[in-house]
Design a binder for this molecule. Structure first.
Ligand SMILES: Nc1nc2c(ncn2[C@@H]2O[C@H](COP(=O)(O)OP(=O)(O)OP(=O)(O)O)[C@@H](O)[C@H]2O)c(=O)[nH]1
Ligand SMILES: [Mg+2]
Length: 347
């Protein structure tokens, strides 16, 4: 009998080629491509999209999901189109023990495809950690599909890490869309890269097992980052990161957290240890199990990444009003582009 995800222990070690990062859709491809230059712990990078432009700028294995007619896609259409590519997707996953599936949710490709890939990973015996980038506050139209896709991802992945676009940026007022994405990606990649780092001369990372131990909890994990002017302001940076989390979930529900502090060599262990101890009171949860790592590779600014888990309810539950109804079978939610129904049935 298959054990429930949260009952299984994290894997003990990984050989080369076993940790895969898979970028899906435009946001997923951009973030994984940038992450490939930052992380030292991921062995392999791959990309899937319905848009050739997403794949052009990447290095690694790619899979293009073609649509036979030119049409604006929706998440159910992408799911429909993906049926013909199930074996190709499984081939990309082959040999991976763990896959980080990164996608922006709310539009067609990420929302439609990420849950399909997570499901295929499960069938393949690969542990899927889905990294869901949630829409900016101004993208109100994307809320429904992002909420629906997030819920689906949770039901088929071993762990889900939420990265909220709004918590990645301080201000977007004078920036172009591309600049906004670039700034958000720089933050997301710093946070993910610091979590997914190998031991080196200038860092004491927490290691993959502790990250997975946090992510494989029931409910959702949340990843935020923040910075403060100097290394002796650890507490200030940590509290900013926790405030970011508090906008989307009840922080007191947290049961595990991983914290990475990145600064220069002035980042002294004793001081940071004391600040990290204060983290449980910032969360309002005495029972929280906290692990932390340090990297001296940064600058004089202190950067913190906080991954916290155990959140069973999130503000995104309101994005999808259907989530309150338990009788909907959304595995039926596949469609083919209009005009193609006859072709599909003739096959
Ligand atoms: N952080 C970040 N978010 C992005 C980026 N690109 C898009 N997003 C956000 O991710 C969500 C989904 O957008 P896309 O990734 O463009 O959508 P897609 O999955 O490619 O879907 P289609 O293009 O409709 O097929 C939206 O909320 C976007 O604002 C990016 O480079 N970085
Ligand atoms: Mg796109």
């Amino acid at each position: 009998m298959q054990k429930r995800a949260d009952q299984m222990p994290p894997m003990s070690n990984t050989a080369s080629g076993q940790v895969l990062a898979l970028g899906i859709g435009s946001a997923g491809a951009r973030i994984v491509s940038a992450l490939s230059r930052e992380t030292t712990l991921v062995d392999r990078f791959a990309y899937i999209s319905c848009d050739e432009a997403d794949l052009e700028a990447t290095e690694g294995e790619t899979l293009m999901i073609e649509c036979p007619i030119d049409q604006k896609l929706t998440p159910p259409m992408v799911r429909g189109l993906s049926i013909a590519y199930r074996e190709d997707i499984k081939e990309l996953l082959d040999g991976a023990k763990i896959v980080f599936i990164v996608a922006g949710l709310g539009r067609a490709t990420g929302s439609g495809l990420a849950p399909v890939v997570a499901e295929l990973a499960k069938e393949n015996g690969t542990d899927a950690v889905s990294v869901a980038v949630m829409p900016f506050g101004f993208e109100e139209k994307l809320r429904f599909y992002s909420g629906l896709a997030l819920r689906r991802l949770r039901s088929v992945s071993r762990g889900v890490v939420v990265v909220d676009n709004d918590t990645l940026l301080k201000s977007t007022s004078h920036a172009s869309q591309k600049e906004v994405y670039d700034m958000a990606n720089a933050q997301a990649v710093k946070a993910l890269g610091s979590l997914l780092a190998r031991q080196s001369e200038d860092s004491i990372p927490v290691g993959l097992n502790k990250v997975l131990g946090t992510v494989f909890q029931e409910g959702y994990s949340f990843l935020t980052c923040a910075s403060s002017g100097s290394a002796d302001k650890t507490e200030e940076a940590l509290s900013k990161a926790v405030i970011g989390i508090s906008k989307r979930v009840e922080t007191k529900d947290a049961n595990h957290a991983v914290v990475i502090l990145t600064g220069d060599s002035t980042l002294r262990a004793g001081e940071t240890g004391t600040a990290v101890k204060r983290l449980s009171s910032m969360f309002g949860s005495e029972a929280i199990d906290i692990e932390y790592g340090v990297s001296y590779r940064g600058g004089s600014q202190l950067q913190v990444s906080v991954l916290a888990s155990g959140f069973k309810a999130t503000r995104y539950d309101e994005y999808d009003p259907l989530s309150a109804l338990s009788t909907i079978d959304d595995s039926m939610d596949y469609s083919v582009p209009s005009g193609l129904e006859t072709i599909a049935s003739a096959e």
